[in-house]
Design a protein around this ligand. Sequence first.
Ligand code: F6R
Length: 361
Amino acid sequence: DMGGHDTYMHKEIHEQADAVDRALRGRIDDRFSTVHLGGLNLDARDARAVRRVKILGCGTSYHAGQIGAQMIEELARIPADAEPASEFRYRNPVVDPDTLYIAVSQSGETYDVLAAVQELKRKGARVLGLVNVVGSAIARETDGGIYVHAGPEVCVVSTKCFTNMVVSFGLLALHLGRTRDLSVADGKRIIEGLRKLPGQIEEILANEEQIEKLAGEYADAKSMMFIGRVRGYPVAREASLKLKEVSYIHAEAYPASELKHGPLALIEPAMPTVAIVPDDELLEKNRAALEEIKARSGRILAVAHQEQEKADHTIVVPKNEDELDPILMGIPLQLFAYYTAKAMGRDIDKPRNLAKSVTVE
Ligand code: F6R
């Protein structure tokens, strides 16, 4: 039942405020400025013993993991990174007992992720799951974890589950941080930021008409560039994937800092750029990248916390805490992908050649 929406993608994009609310419910502890994650199976001593975090997932879940790794580094000061599970399992990885491994999956059935978990367990590692489907294979194989509580996701491309995964990583980062050096004040600040998310998601979705119009303006592009820096880079990667999947427009994502090392050669009026420009310590650097693109007559659509003078268009999103901004900045670009695909008459819920869960190698 699509409840008045024309596709599940549209419905699921609009379910995100409620989904995030579910992910937060019952988990926040105001007294100690932390969160409780029931199924984690990691006591305070275990949490303090973690020396590294390695996050494994595929596709959109891998992108959520990239944002998660940054949150864990920022809030818990534990070195963390994400890698496609499909690569990890084939490269005879060094499995280290002081590393906490986290497998991220919407379906909980993706074969490459499951195989990585099994290989890790065989080598004696501790693996947690960050999974949507309760009781799925990955949820069962892991030593504990976090359910992301996005609810059923029917559209082949992931939207609300991505957002809830990133929120869940925020909760985990806060939890790990508070067992280590994160201050009470910072814990409070992050909790306040988390609580603002559902309302801010509603604000973004209320801007749907502007986004629909913008999608119409860029739908003639043969190819699009997505750029971001540090917190914005995985957001750019995910937005680029979303556009490719549903519209079949070629898109690629680069760190804004890498532009001048090659991809700037592609910039011309027929190659528009979508730029993620958060109002954080890198704002001036990002503005400089916009200037470089403008100097090559590139069209720019910015997603930012305030109108960007160098951009042809800006989608303004509400500001949260710097560490949590990536949760919100991709949401207008889900709608952008949806409306672009719609203008092109694509089969939005079932893009060609793709399946909802990839249970084969
Ligand atoms: C993208 C998408 C895929 C999945 C990937 C992993 O919109 O849906 O990239 O994210 O196949 O699937 P899960 O999360 O079920 O392991």
